[in-house]
Write a protein that binds this ligand. Sequence first.
Ligand code: TXA
Ligand code: MG
Length: 309
Amino acid sequence: MILPLDDAAIARAADLIRAGQPVAVPTETVYGLAADATSGEAVARIYAAKGRPSFNPLIVHVASMAQAETLAVIGPVARRLADAFWPGPLTMVLPLGAGSPVSSLVTAGLPTLALRMPAHPAMKALIEASGRPLAAPSANASGRISATRAEHVASSLGDRVPLVLDGGPTRHGIESTIVAVEPERLRLLRPGPITAEHLSDAGGLPVDTVEDGRIEAPGQLSSHYAPGKPVRLEATGRLPGEWLIGFGPIEGDDNLSPIGDPIEAAARLFDALHRADAAEPPAIAIAPIPRTGLGHAINDRLKRAAAPR
Ligand code: TXA
Ligand code: MG
């Protein structure tokens, strides 16, 4: 359903967010498909709606600096950049805060968090009304063009999204600039409306640019997700020395979803891998996950976790 942006539509969207559903909402860059960043199942529904075959880390959207500080570590350089460009089309990759309530499916298990404070009043209102930080990738089907109008969202995602808030065409029409904030330098991970020059002026640090301007997506690098132990896939039982991550009827030491629900399994995946890594047995085995729905994304990630390294 598409609703014109007004207070009633925001209230309705906030109810859906609190119920763990995704909602499409305009920002000044592109439309985002937003869900509660603190709920693994809500975030898994974003991936399901987009039909994304792999889990890339997502940007979390906040409405205030106080909220940002509960999620990530805001050092002096990040603070300068926030003063200069927030709210606006800048995403900063920062160290994940200790005790950050963000689901590990949002960070794809990484120790960093991509954070953005958008300027568009719709996103701000939805964050405030729902009381949740919102994870949101662009609101388009996986591999398709980003949505800059409510109709694009509807034609790309259709019934898979219960509500699209229509705020008209977006101002920038391209995604936010992404910069990794490190102690000695800034790294431009994705070019966007805020340029490298703007960043180095405001941040007081040099900016390294990823050469060809491609997105540096950690999700594409197998080693990023690999546990520190060998991983065996499609395991229907436990061999000596293995910690078994089960699914459905294959019980295991841990179980991604006893009822065999891929949404639940996706929500638990990275936590389960971390637990397996920390457990005593020197190897990890993982039960077969059916290749349906989010099962594709789960298997894509598991394939990388098990790849020779
Ligand atoms: O303008 C935008 O940024 C839009 C609106 C909705 O906010 N969102 C957006 O999200 O473009 P998405 O998912 O299409 O792109 C986010 C990218 C991912 O592809 C990933 O490479 C990068 O952000 N990213 C997220 N977390 C990261 C992290 N911890 N480290 C490095 N890159 C990260
Ligand atoms: Mg995108």
